[in-house]
Design a protein around this ligand. Sequence first.
Ligand code: GRF
Length: 195
Amino acid sequence: KRVAILLSGGGSNMVALLDSMTGDHPARPCLVMSNAASAGGLSKAAARGVPTAVVDHRPFGQDRAAFEAELIKPLIAAQADIVCLAGFMRVLTAGFVGLWTGRMLNIHPSLLPKYRGLHTHARALDGGDSEHGCTVHEVTPELDEGPILGQARVPVHADDTPDTLAARVLTQEHRLYPAVLRRFAGGSREPVLLP
Ligand code: GRF
């Protein structure tokens, strides 16, 4: 299976995914793409010999379809079978998502269905949650809605800030996403539930 990874930032999840696709793993990376030329993940991907691409969303303004018409091109050229969103911060339209039904994954930093959207760690703290975590799900047109493929849980500490909690969750993201991708690329949708 050929895996394309989309990111907007530093790409620590992308690195974890790249480093996991070795040996008898059923998938190999074929592309790392960003909407931002400044994304730190691009140089990390290049350093690992993975082809990269940038499609800057800014010239397209609010015309999401026009942006996505460009975004799809490197994915087709790379013959991607699976698309992993890893800190990709652009909302994708139903039209684009529909082309990847059952083949697009995302990692979200909360225990979905709790805290869809942004600022999940602050919201978990504000909510007084004793437990938090991250979720890998199939991407569907509804934001952060699709079938859950994996979750990892972390305790919330009384003295946590959004940053300390985010760091604890991120560590689990780097365990969860590779575990889910390996199982998913092998043809199973059995959820991965990490303690
Ligand atoms: C992480 O906070 C993750 O929860 C979310 O976006 C961020 C990605 O970080 N999906 P990185 O670019 O993978 O380091």
